[in-house]
Design a protein around this ligand. Sequence first.
Ligand SMILES: Nc1ncnc2c1ncn2[C@@H]1O[C@H](COP(=O)(O)OP(=O)(O)OP(=O)(O)O)[C@@H](O)[C@H]1O
Ligand SMILES: O=P(O)(O)OC[C@H]1O[C@H](OP(=O)(O)OP(=O)(O)O)[C@H](O)[C@@H]1O
Ligand SMILES: [Mg+2]
Length: 281
Amino acid sequence: MRIAVPNKGRIHDPTIDLLEHAGLHIENGSDRKLYAETVDPEVTVLFVRAADIPEYVRDGAADIGITGYDQVRESGHDLTELLDLGFGKCRLVLAAPEDGDIESVSDLAGKSVATEFPTIARRYFEEQGVDPEIVKVTGATELTPHVDMADAIIDITSTGTTLAVNRLAIIDEVLSSSVRLFARPEVEDDPKVQQVTMALRSVLEADGKRYLMMNAPKEKLDDVREVIPGMGGPTVMDIAGDDKVAVHVVVDESDVFSVINDLRAVGASDILVTEIERLMK
Ligand SMILES: Nc1ncnc2c1ncn2[C@@H]1O[C@H](COP(=O)(O)OP(=O)(O)OP(=O)(O)O)[C@@H](O)[C@H]1O
Ligand SMILES: O=P(O)(O)OC[C@H]1O[C@H](OP(=O)(O)OP(=O)(O)O)[C@H](O)[C@@H]1O
Ligand SMILES: [Mg+2]
């Protein structure tokens, strides 16, 4: 099975990190190599430009791919979304010069809009019932309104810094995006595809969770249970020859501080807090 991942750019590193944490270690990958084996002999990684990944998956050159939702929408391909990986969060917005005369979508009649996303742009303007000329660029889109290339842009924003320094104001949101795992619909039920999906999901599930271990007097067990929030009940194990039990539980990272205080107060001791690599429900 082949999985297409971004070969460079901002979503490359987090994608590789995620595969590693999921246990899909990439073997013999090097900077310039465009494919690599993984620890699973049946899984090969292809390094492809983020924008080309939907095409590779649609073609069958890869079975699944990791890229931005915006790229899949721009490709126009009908792929199955298996998992939202939660990073690369951004918005595609329509923006125009702050002090210009374009203040709403309808002001764009007879005007032009520069974008790296012409397919998404055309669909959007169709829905809006306006028909500006679309100027396709491949980067630095924010410059175009200032050099009379276009009257407005449709481009990615996340922190808003690039728009602000280029004195562009948001007029409308076109699309909200994040990096996701996609499959060709024909292979979504393939056992290997499901294994990889589950492995990636297990990393996401573990995010923000901590594993707590402690000892507690047997007679305090009910009090301990009461102060433990969150998922499932705790695992309780007898300690041989002792009147204490060992208690293990998964809690949200944000609850750890207060839970530990509560646990100490009800008599728990020897409390350990550890990270969780992966969590399969
Ligand atoms: N500023 C941003 N914040 C969050 N996500 C972003 C941002 N810019 C782009 N993305 C997401 O990352 C995906 C890949 O972007 P892109 O292909 O432009 O990579 P890059 O990091 O800009 O590298 P390059 O443009 O040099 O190839 C986009 O399709 C989008 O989903
Ligand atoms: O809201 P911000 O946090 O400022 O991010 C938005 C910018 O990020 C992306 O550019 P990128 O850095 O990927 O450069 P590129 O134009 O070469 O793709 C995007 O095209 C915007 O220009
Ligand atoms: Mg970019």
